[in-house]
Design a binder for this molecule. Sequence first.
Ligand SMILES: *[C@@H]1O[C@H](CO)[C@@H](O)[C@H](O)[C@H]1NC(C)=O
Ligand SMILES: *[C@@H]1O[C@H](CO)[C@@H](O)[C@H](O)[C@H]1NC(C)=O
Ligand SMILES: *[C@@H]1O[C@H](CO)[C@@H](O)[C@H](O)[C@H]1NC(C)=O
Ligand SMILES: *[C@@H]1O[C@H](CO)[C@@H](O)[C@H](O)[C@H]1NC(C)=O
Ligand SMILES: *[C@@H]1O[C@H](CO)[C@@H](O)[C@H](O)[C@H]1NC(C)=O
Length: 532
Amino acid sequence: MTKHPWRVWAIYMVLAANLSEQQELKQACPSCDAAQLCNCSSMGLDFIPPGLTAKITVLNLAHNRIKHIRSQDLQQAVNLRALLLHSNEISSIDEDSFQSLAKLELLDLSNNNLTHLSPVWFGHLFSLQHLHLQGNLYRDLGESSPFSSLRNLSSLQLGNPQFSVIRRGNFEGIELLNACAWPKNLKYLNLSSTQIPKVTTCIPPTLEVLDVSANNLKEFGLQLPFLKELYLTKNHLKTLPGAAPIPNLVVMSVRRNKLNRFSKEEFESFKRLELLDASDNNFICSCEFLSFIHHQAGISQVLVGWPDKYVCDSPLAVRGAQVGAVHLSLMECHRSLMVSLICILVFLVILILVAVGYKYHVVWYLRMTWAWLQAKRKPKRAPPKDICYDAFVSYSENDSNWVENIMVRELEQACPPFRLCLHKRDFVPGKWIVDNIIDSIEKSHKTLFVLSEHFVQSEWCKYELDFSHFRLFDENNDAAILVLLEPIQSQTIPKRFCKLRKIMNTKTYLEWPLEEEQQQMFWFNLKVALKS
Ligand SMILES: *[C@@H]1O[C@H](CO)[C@@H](O)[C@H](O)[C@H]1NC(C)=O
Ligand SMILES: *[C@@H]1O[C@H](CO)[C@@H](O)[C@H](O)[C@H]1NC(C)=O
Ligand SMILES: *[C@@H]1O[C@H](CO)[C@@H](O)[C@H](O)[C@H]1NC(C)=O
Ligand SMILES: *[C@@H]1O[C@H](CO)[C@@H](O)[C@H](O)[C@H]1NC(C)=O
Ligand SMILES: *[C@@H]1O[C@H](CO)[C@@H](O)[C@H](O)[C@H]1NC(C)=O
């Protein structure tokens, strides 16, 4: 027994206090009794149980209702390596709460109610390697970097829906700039599900894994020479990021962005890429893109979610079809080439048609057919009533001298005189020549053809087309009289005048003799023929 009973009492009180703390801990968290691993998760605790000692190396207090961490709560747990406090309701932490945790390697404070991060909290966590802060309520990283003293930190999870680099309308990312003093060993940074519209050069260049999924990024161009994994899921990227600043990338996700396409060059510039998740984008299935996708060897092993998650958004004809299954036709792929080819072809065909038409007098045939159709449509007059000429004379301009001076005089001054119809004199002006001819033939008893080389070349064409209409040369119709002014070689008659050739062979004709004695005979025969 000691001389100072108050001291004994004091020691007793301390022991009792220790004892009651131990009992309290045992009650609150049975597994923590004298154990190195202390699992108090999902126990409904709303405080950190007292009595935690230096024995404990792993403390799991996740999924409780803890709201506050006090200075003394963890003061004795100096050998703690892992502290799991995720999924509580922690909104305040006393400044020196983690002060004695110099050996702590993992601190998980994710999914709590922290509205700000204080640099003082982490000031003594010299061994900390993994820090999880995602799923809290802070909007930025505060005025000075909360992580600058975490020399050994290698992975950091920061993402939460409120986190944003935009504040006070400043787009330069001041909040991230403030955090630029990163721990120099940081390899893993998770900034997913924040409101970041732009990643700044403040992102530490030592990173090997960067997750910036579910942000508002429109582009990504950071220089991260060691980066192996890059997660850009659910952003607004229109193209793949450039490969040059991230040459060692092995895994990349650009799922659910606004990618329309990526090219062979872009794809191949990632020399080490083993997995690319570009699924759920709005691909434009152009010929170029399809031909690259279909012909790139081994691309189906690289693309995550291939083939069913890669769907064409346009062109409309293949919308909703899998990129791997779509094949565009030659016509669709080389439209302009095809159009020009077709144009050239059409032009050639027209050229050939024109040439052929010219060679075979197609225009003439067409005009004649047209005229003939016009004539056919007119109501037929009763022939006898209208007959007012003895003969309609058809001749060429070259022979007009003979016709107008010699023949007309001979016939019109004969006794009784013949009434002749000459186109120069008797045609109705303004009417189409073929109509005039048809009319005149119908109004005349006979038709007299003054044949010469020139007539065949220039006049005959008007008659050749349809003699079934004129009925002049039917077997037993002698309404046509042929006068041959000069001998005509049958081979000089153009081939298309097959009717003329036939007539020349079958009909008898009157030949104009050069000897005067015989001309009397000619006129006599002609008058007989006209009268018959
Ligand atoms: C009781 O707690 C005090 C501090 O509260 C500590 O110094 C002491 O070592 C503890 N004693 C035992 C037996 O745990
Ligand atoms: C801790 O306990 C919870 C349930 O009480 C269990 O789900 C979890 O796996 C445990 N963790 C460890 C590290 O033992
Ligand atoms: C913590 O946050 C959650 C969801 O954000 C909310 O339901 C809860 O009431 C908050 N708790 C406190 C103590 O603020
Ligand atoms: C940092 O971590 C390494 C292992 O990753 C360890 O060897 C070193 O001691 C740690 N430094 C401190 C100050 O804890
Ligand atoms: C980043 O954090 C989110 C949410 O905490 C998680 O779903 C995702 O898997 C993490 N990313 C990586 C690469 O670990």
